[in-house]
Design a protein around this ligand. Structure first.
Ligand code: PLP
Length: 403
């Protein structure tokens, strides 16, 4: 009884703290989260509380949300199968659409097989916790996404982190873990807060040298890196060198869900041992069909990948010329360093008042004093829209004292 009361108290305290923190943010006009988008026009314009804003916070990197062929595929799937599945895949939830989507992913990622799950978050959680357990070690880049961290914690394996993209430190971690029979290294291909790219060639070399498995999260590299948008391996011209390629269906692919692509044996294991596959419902038909159509569109409209690269370069160089610190980004995620949290909030407020929809990332998501705007560029931004965003950011940066 006493134990239960203690738990309730802690929960009440957490609720009070969160209410106070958000209320304070609202009072200071510093709360920008969860604003409902009422309308999306042309992929780059959103209407929020009746006001049109230019979207610079989208992960639809190739601008595929609303693509007519993808919409049509989703609608046709609803007409044929309805809106739901019959439950988990292993029992009654598998549709031919799921198999077709997984085949399309395997082909796109040049692997023997692929498997899908209901979200990218769950995909990381289940991948790490299925492959590693007690007595094993999982070695992660310090800036890996939270879903990988949560997967490591759930797995019960030793959880070791190396300094961001520091290959000497990765080697030290691998040396220290030599006694472990199973070593799994997990990295993001493109780091979601900073936009920089993992040193894949060296990571692969070290994994091979020390007999470690390699898993790479391609949430922000699919459709973004490589001449045809196939991702990190194509970017480095390395061929099929990653043991397990993870990606989401919610960013470049305008749907929802996550996937893992790898050898036939690896995917067979996950299909029969992963708890998120066995105990959670299948992707809805419309989402599976839309995702499959999106992979086809990427191949049929390769110019989108090049346009995205051009747009990101225009945005980044414009900001740098004004004196903004965009950190080490090389991709479509463009951090704009502001410093203390308050400055990032101020900068966001000025931008949004000037109709640029961009959001701040503050501590604890990033280290204290490293708060930033995390702007994203997409392939369907027109050059004039990018120029307009740069102009607004210049005005905002001056008012906030950043440039
Ligand atoms: C690097 C990375 N991995 C995984 C995820 C989770 O994907 P989803 O949003 O599809 O669940 C995200 C999403 O923010 C991400 O940025």
């Amino acid at each position: 009884m006493t134990g239960i009361l203690k738990v309730e108290d802690k929960i009440s305290a957490k609720m009070r703290f969160m209410r106070a923190r958000v209320d304070q943010g609202k009072e200071m006009d510093f709360y920008f989260y969860n604003q409902p988008i009422e309308e999306l026009r042309g992929g780059t314009r959103v209407r929020i509380r009746g006001r049109e804003m230019l979207m610079f916070a989208s992960y639809s990197y190739l601008g595929l949300i609303g693509h007519p062929r993808i919409n049509a595929a989703g609608k046709a799937a609803i007409d044929k199968y309805g809106t739901g599945t019959h439950g988990v895949r292993s029992l009654a939830g598998s549709l031919d659409l799921h198999v077709e989507l997984e085949n399309a992913i395997a082909e796109f990622k040049h692997t023997e097989a692929a498997i899908t799950f209901s979200s990218g978050y769950v995909t990381n959680l289940t991948a790490v916790s299925t492959l590693a357990g007690r007595h094993d070690v999982v070695i992660c880049d310090k800036l890996n996404h939270a879903s990988i961290v949560d997967g490591c914690l759930l797995s019960g394996a030793d959880f070791v982190r190396f300094r961001h993209n520091d290959m000497d430190d990765l080697e030290r971690c691998l040396q220290r873990a030599e006694a472990k029979a199973t070593k799994l290294v997990v990295v993001d291909a493109v780091f979601s807060m900073d936009g920089d790219i993992v040193n894949l060639p060296e990571t692969v070399k070290l994994c091979r040298k020390y007999g470690a498995w390699l898993m790479v999260d391609e949430a922000h590299s699919l459709g973004v890196l490589g001449t045809t948008g196939r991702g990190i391996e194509e970017h480095f011209g390395l061929g099929n060198v990653i043991d397990l390629k993870m990606g989401t269906l919610s960013k470049t692919i305008p749907s929802v869900g996550g996937y893992l692509a790898g050898s036939d044996d690896m995917i067979h294991l996950l299909r029969h041992a992963s708890r998120a596959y066995i105990f959670s419902a299948a992707l809805p038909p419309a989402q599976a069909a839309a995702a499959k159509a999106a992979f086809e569109v990427i191949l049929d409209e390769p110019e989108r990948v090049e346009t995205l690269r051009r747009n990101a370069a225009q945005f980044m160089s414009g900001l740098k010329q004004l004196g903004f610190d965009t950190m080490l980004t090389e991709t479509a995620i463009v951090p704009i360093l502001c410093g203390p949290d308050e400055r990032a909030y101020e900068m966001t407020r000025y931008c949004q008042r000037d109709s640029i929809f961009v959001l701040p990332v503050v501590s604890p998501a990033v280290p204290d004093g490293m708060a930033r705007l995390r702007a994203t560029v997409i392939a369907t931004h027109a050059p004039e829209e990018i120029d307009r965003a740069i102009e607004v950011m210049e005005r905002a940066g001056k008012k906030a004292g950043i440039v």
